[in-house]
Design a protein around this ligand. Structure first.
Ligand code: PMP
Length: 423
């Protein structure tokens, strides 16, 4: 029973481990875009286990691949040869543009970003890293230093040599939707806070935890130029945005027409199995050639089997196109709600990576924090599991499994409309 699970968590799990909702839900089954609690009640999942269940809960093709591999071999590490890691690396590299053809498999987004930063520093011989305000790249000791949100920071020294640039947020940012203006500020930051040379720049392509915030138009081409002129490499964190989620592109960075030097990926890559990767050019990868580096679970056969199945399903089921179609319908429906409910300050995003920001006043943009929490809880009671985030905790995050349909969008809109009307 739920109460017993809560009591055990409280007694034996670290107190940092939190749950959503004052009245938490217990989930025992999942099927594609739906979750089921211990009473059998069905919920529409708009958050996909924090943007991780990419192709659907317990997708039959992923399950079959995992079961088959589990029954043959689960683990040896990469000290022996196995076909899964090699074939998967080739298949993943085939999805990448330019010369991004070298893969290192790890297990989580934090690990991938740790490694990307390390590669950037080794490759350039420089130390300073530029990141963005409102960023989230993980909670390992190193990636916590990249955080651009006070909510997650611990009061211990972090991130020596990390500099937070202005967030190119079209809704709240100081330069509005003028991407090149924010990039010029990065040039000033490099002059002001570093020796003039940097190791790299790391960014999400739509800020995820920060509240589904897209980068201002034209930001990436301009900032990449600036960073490269300062000797740095450009690192795109595709942990939330990869594998077609933004609809208009397979990788989020492609929406602004750039090719990064290092790309990190996790979450949706394995549909829930622990899997992540750092993909870079053979030249940058070479910095580890003369060193010993190792990751025990990285590229284990079971996770690789899941990752390969995800690539196939995204392709065969046209999920990138589905994200574009269903995501377009979602934006229309949400904008109609925005016209009706003045508390909705902003509706934004791409594909199935959408944010709805609640404000007390559209002019001052004062965050409607309490109201967001109330509506969040009410939607759950009405059968819809949203995500929540943003620097102030006033943004609903809609990032469901990519198999969502128009009918799912209509259900979300009806539930949100009711919950907002009841406020
Ligand atoms: N990067 C981004 C963009 C993320 O959203 C997250 C997780 N929310 C991470 C990195 C860290 O991933 P993990 O929790 O797997 O370490």
């Amino acid at each position: 029973p739920k109460e017993e699970v809560l009591a055990l968590r409280k007694k034996f799990l670290n107190p940092a481990i939190f749950h959503h909702f004052k009245q938490p839900v217990m989930i025992v089954d999942g099927k594609m875009q739906y979750l089921f609690d211990e009473t059998g009640r069905r919920y529409l999942d708009a958050f996909g286990g924090i943007v991780t269940v990419s192709v659907g809960h317990c997708h039959p093709e992923v399950n079959a691949a995992v079961i088959e591999q589990t029954q043959r071999l689960q683990h040896t590490t990469s000290i022996y040869l196995h076909h899964q890691i090699a074939e998967y690396a080739a298949e993943l590299a085939a999805k990448m543009p330019g010369n991004l053809k070298n893969v290192y498999f790890v297990n989580s987004g934090s690990e991938a970003n740790d490694m990307a930063m390390m590669m950037a520093r080794l490759y350039t011989g420089a130390h300073d890293i530029i990141t963005l305000r409102n960023a989230y790249h993980g909670l390992s000791e190193a990636t916590m230093g990249l955080l651009g949100q006070h909510t997650w920071k611990f009061p211990v020294p972090q991130g020596a040599g990390v500099h937070h640039a202005l967030n190119p947020n079209p809704y709240r940012g100081v330069f509005g939707n003028d991407g090149p203006a924010y990039a010029r500020d990065v040039a000033d930051l490099i002059s002001a806070a570093t020796p003039g040379r940097v190791a790299g720049f790391i960014h999400e392509t739509v800020q995820g935890v920060g509240g589904a915030v897209p980068l201002a138009d034209g930001y990436l081409p301009a900032v990449y130029k600036t960073v490269r002129e300062a000797g740095g490499v450009c690192i795109a964190d595709e942990v939330q945005t990869g594998f077609g989620r933004t609809g208009s592109a397979y990788w989020g960075f492609q929406n602004q027409g750039v090719v990064p030097d290092i790309v990190t990926m996790a979450k949706g890559i394995g549909n829930g199995l622990p899997l992540a990767a750092v993909v870079t050019t053979p030249e940058i990868a070479q910095v580890l050639a003369s060193r010993l580096h190792f990751n025990t679970y990285g590229g284990n056969p079971v996770s690789c089997a899941a990752g390969r199945a995800v690539l196939r399903v995204v392709e065969n089921e046209g999920l990138q196109q589905n994200c574009a179609d269903v995501g377009g319908h979602l934006l229309l429906k949400l904008r109609a709600l925005q016209a009706k409910h003045s508390i909705i300050g902003d509706v934004r995003g791409m594909g199935l990576m959408v944010g709805v920001e609640l404000v007390k006043d559209r002019d001052t943009k004062e965050p409607a924090v309490h109201e967001t929490a109330v509506v969040f809880e009410r939607c759950k009671d009405l059968g819809l599991l949203l995500g929540k985030g943003g620097l102030y905790g006033n943004v609903f995050r809609v990032k469901p499994p990519m198999c969502w349909t128009h009918a799912d969008v209509d259900f979300l809109a009806a539930v949100l409309d009711q919950a907002l009307s009841e406020l």
